[in-house]
Design a protein around this ligand. Sequence first.
Ligand code: ZN
Ligand code: ZN
Length: 294
Amino acid sequence: MFKNEKINLAIFTILMLLQLLGVAALWTRFELIYLPAMLAIYLWVGLGTTLYLHRYLTHRGFEMPGWLKLFFATGSAVGLAGDPVTWVGDHRYHHLKSDTDEDIHSPRHGFPYAHMMWLIRKPPSFRARSLRYAADVRKIWYCKLWENSALYVIPHLVVAATLFGFFGFSGLLWCLYVPIAIAYNWTWAVNSICHMKQFGYRSFDTSDESKNNFWVGLGALGEGYHNNHHAKPRCAAHGLKWWEFDFTRYCIWTLEKLHLAWSVVWPEPVAAPAKDEAGVDEAAPILIPSVDPL
Ligand SMILES: [Zn+2]
Ligand SMILES: [Zn+2]
């Protein structure tokens, strides 16, 4: 089982360092002027993952203009969320194998593994699988370029240098690494907490252990309604009830009103509880999109 794979020390060091830089900010002076930049970075990085990598690129829940795709994709690269080909390949496989022994990040393998360690212990063979599962993503020129780590880090380094130039070292820590550390852990909680029996509730009788969790949804920009998402993977909305606060859904709705998003897969009007709509065997056709990339 891959939870016993060798630790990739380089990735472990980078992920720990990125988070420690966020924690280190607590020992520097905080200025109110940092707040708007912190919020902007949190939303850019966060929506880069939730709106672009997940709801658009993996599940093709809507369409948007090319320049907007590049804008959100760049946000995900600023946050070093993982190159799009790997991210999409891993996530599509998670939907197909959720909470089985082959799931790439199920809490069946332990909480630390589901939360972060799966990123560090991935067998090299996972990469080959991502190339197959995300073949459509490799046709997008910048996603292809970002398979090269040296090119992938450029957006992060440019934003880091800009923030350092404006605010100095403490401003860099507060404005970039605090939002990244928070976004990482809230995003990872979708994989760990939202697949644990102890936390949250289920609205759909899916074949996995996925749960809806308001608090994860709050920080992860709506991704915490994970049971809803496993039941209806292509739906652009994860929060379905009025009180299921789903920031990413509201962003997509706003983009649609501005004619910057179209072909949006919204929930069906009658929200009757459904039975296991995304079984393992049935998932493949809805996860592997027929939509042409850029
Ligand atoms: Zn899941
Ligand atoms: Zn998904």
